[in-house]
Design a protein around this ligand. Structure first.
Ligand code: NOJ
Length: 546
């Protein structure tokens, strides 16, 4: 079993198509990403989540795989991948990649064979029915595009099952051959040195009549089988689950430490945005209190944004409406049950708020993952379709945008951003690296601090009752290290006393200020009086000597 290095790591999500274009063809690529490894090292991240790089018609940006064993030509070659891995490892960076188990592209040769020949061994790789009346309790995920989870294939003359776009037929996990194929895929990439996988859409692998076809026992059994295979053959590799579920349904994905090493904590994410907008941490506190304990060697993966819409599936209908009204006032900002905007525009481009949101994320239990570009407060482009608006080119400098050619073939790579505030001429890495107090430099500092203090990744969690409701205080403790983290969720200055009794440190014992923004502290007999400016925060650390 791997040492749980991931428990106090920082992850970084890269969309390779938009990260760095090394040859000016309008597509980011693996050689470009390799050139930017020094950058990721300078930022301080430990592990890269590489989004799909496999051969694909790109109807779902690579989550529609046509060949699991090859690289999409615009992104490079297998040799480029090997070189990228070697260069990442040389710098001490780990890399996990997407593992798309649930479905393939309809362009995959398995589906092409399956649809055209009922006798083909591949027919049973997919889920076919004569009519679309089955599994009626399964929800539709892409509600804006799909009317049903069944589509009639004109070639086969039968309906096939799909949880996502109709160009992504679901694989039939009841077929042992499919399970074996997927373990081969796992083997192939881990043999090339990959450090693990972010496993896509894991709740949906099996279907059973009379259920909602999510989180089924058969699905967990296969995932445990996959973990055993990984554990036995690649003990240092990790598995991270994408399961957009409520805490009680997420918990089983850790198993008894024998399923996933990590799971994204989907429900906490929208609640961080609720807390920021309402100046009240209760939604975050409530969901964390409702989150079951996980195995010691497991870890949550926490995030503010990613390449998808900000999903509002794990909130109530009333909360969803509230989030839409507050954060997505225009119809084109909404997609499916979510919001297709980036972090900076969601937080009005206010660097104090963006820094606070990150500080809060970092102070919570779990391993944070940063979505590329959010570290500089990059904007979005709501005029692009689907989720493309949050997948625009990384804004490296005020000059050529991300190395992407100005004559790039696709709108995706045209010079972007409707709202002038977020133009790459103004918001770019080069400019921020030159300013000591820029968002990038401030986040870089927070990353260093988080990694240096085990209380964040390993520590217990206790919420502090503070007199001012817009102040969110938490105590993280691991061994003799205690970190007090207090955040002001409101734009107005606030003040509160943290009693010595709430910090199990002897009264008056000196603390270290690990990080802060807009903070004044007054040490008194009763406790610490913390004054925070609007959106300010403080991380204070004690070594408990008692
Ligand atoms: C989840 C991925 O994050 C999303 O981008 C994709 O469209 C679906 N799974 C289908 O693979």
């Amino acid at each position: 079993m791997t040492t749980p290095w991931f428990k106090d790591a920082i992850f970084y999500e890269v969309y390779p198509r938009a990260f760095y274009d090394s040859n000016g063809d309008g597509h980011g690529d693996l050689p470009g990403l390799t050139q930017k490894l020094d950058y990721l090292q300078a930022l301080g991240v430990d592990c890269i989540w590489l989004q799909p790089i496999y051969s694909s018609p790109l109807l779902d940006d690579g989550y529609d795989i046509a060949d699991y064993y090859n690289i999409q030509p615009q992104y490079g070659t297998l040799e480029d991948f090997k070189h990228f891995m070697a260069e990442a490892h040389r710098r001490g960076l780990r890399v996990i990649a997407d593992l798309v188990l649930n479905h393939t592209s309809d362009q995959h040769p398995w589906f092409q064979a399956a649809r055209s020949d009922p006798q083909s061994p591949y027919r049973d790789y997919y889920v076919w029915r004569d009519d679309p009346q089955h599994y009626q309790e399964a929800r539709i995920i892409f509600v804006d595009t799909e009317k049903s989870n069944w589509t009639l294939d004109p070639v086969a003359g039968k309906y096939f099952w799909h949880r996502f776009y109709s160009s992504q037929p679901d694989l039939n996990f009841d077929n042992p051959a499919v399970q074996a194929e997927m373990l081969n895929v796992v083997k192939f990439w881990l043999d090339l040195g990959l450090d693990g996988f972010r496993a896509d859409a894991v709740p949906y692998l099996f279907e059973r009549e009379g259920t909602n076809c999510e989180n089924l026992p058969e699905t967990h059994a296969f995932l445990k089988h996959m973990r055993r295979f990984v554990e036995e053959n690649y003990p240092n590799a990790i598995l991270l689950a994408e399961a957009n579920q409520w805490p009680q349904d997420l918990r089983p994905y850790f198993g008894d430490g024998d399923e996933f090493h990590m799971c994204f904590h989907f429900p906490v994410m929208p609640r961080i945005f609720m807390a920021l907008a309402r100046h009240d941490a209760s939604p975050v506190i409530e969901i964390l209190q409702a989150t079951p304990a996980i195995p010691e060697a497991g870890q949550w993966c926490t995030f503010l944004r990613n390449h998808d819409e900000l999903t509002l599936e794990m909130v109530s209908e009333a909360e969803r409406q509230w989030m839409w009204a507050h954060y997505a006032p225009e119809a084109r900002m909404r997609l499916n049950l979510g919001i297709r905007r980036r972090l900076a525009p969601l937080l009005e481009g206010d660097p104090r708020k963006i820094e606070l949101a990150n500080a809060l994320l970092f102070a919570l239990p779990g391993t944070p993952i940063i979505y590329y570009g959010d570290e500089i407060g990059m904007g979005d482009n709501i005029w692009l379709d689907d989720r493309d608006g949050v997948r625009t080119p990384m804004q490296w400098s005020a000059g050529q945008n991300a190395g992407f050619s100005a004559t790039a073939p696709e709108a995706l790579y045209a010079p972007i951003i409707a709202d002038g505030v977020f133009r790459y001429q103004e918001v770019n890495l080069t400019a921020q690296q030159a300013q000591p107090d820029s968002l990038w430099n401030r986040l870089r500092g927070l990353i260093d601090v988080r990694k240096a203090h085990r209380a964040f990744g390993w520590g217990s969690l206790r919420f502090l009752a503070l007199t001012n409701p817009s102040m969110f205080g938490l105590v993280r403790q691991h061994g003799s290290e205690l970190v007090l983290a207090v955040h002001n969720l409101a734009p107005e200055p606030v003040q509160s006393v943290v009693a010595w009794a709430d910090i199990p440190a002897p009264a008056g014992q000196a603390y270290v200020e690990l990080a802060a923004s807009g903070l004044t502290v007054d040490t008194g007999a009763k406790g610490l009086t913390l004054a925070l400016e609007g959106y300010g925060y403080a991380w204070l650390q004690w070594e408990i000597t008692s």
